[in-house]
Design a protein around this ligand. Structure first.
Ligand SMILES: [Zn+2]
Ligand SMILES: [Zn+2]
Length: 133
């Protein structure tokens, strides 16, 4: 079981294993939503995902029509995004506290959106100008 929580600890979640690779997404929307150079995320099946505490402390922002990003109202931590009509939700991996085991990031995606001040880390991961699919 994977378990995670927000910065202030009011909101918690758990889910089964990941259903896709962990990726570092450098797209402009992720930069803004995370207030960070990139967002490390991975999918998990919606049916296996649940909020364990603090669900009423969440607020959603629709960053595109049909795409919701869920934040803790108290601390602002971005925990999850979802396309409301898809069977998977997308975890912000940095909010996971336990249960990832040995899985590691597999790619950098949307590197075409890299801001001029940012430099990609010198790792061996493949880089995609846009998404992987
Ligand atoms: Zn919080
Ligand atoms: Zn992104």
């Amino acid at each position: 079981m994977i378990r995670g929580s927000c910065l202030c600890g009011q909101v918690g979640y758990e889910c089964g294993s990941l259903s896709g690779p962990i990726v570092h997404c450098h797209c402009r929307t992720c930069q803004k939503a995370q207030a960070s150079a990139f967002n490390t995320s991975a999918r998990t099946l919606r049916v296996g995902f649940g909020w364990t505490q603090g669900e009423d402390g969440l607020v959603a922002f629709a960053s595109s029509p049909g795409k919701l990003r869920w934040f803790c109202k108290a601390c602002g931590a971005h925990l999850l995004s979802e396309w409301i009509d898809r069977p998977e939700v997308v975890l912000r991996i940095a909010t996971v506290d336990e249960g990832l085991g040995s899985v590691r990031p597999q790619a950098h995606i949307w590197v075409s959106h890299l801001p001029e001040w940012d430099v990609l880390p010198e790792d061996a991961l493949p880089r995609y100008a846009e998404g992987m699919e």
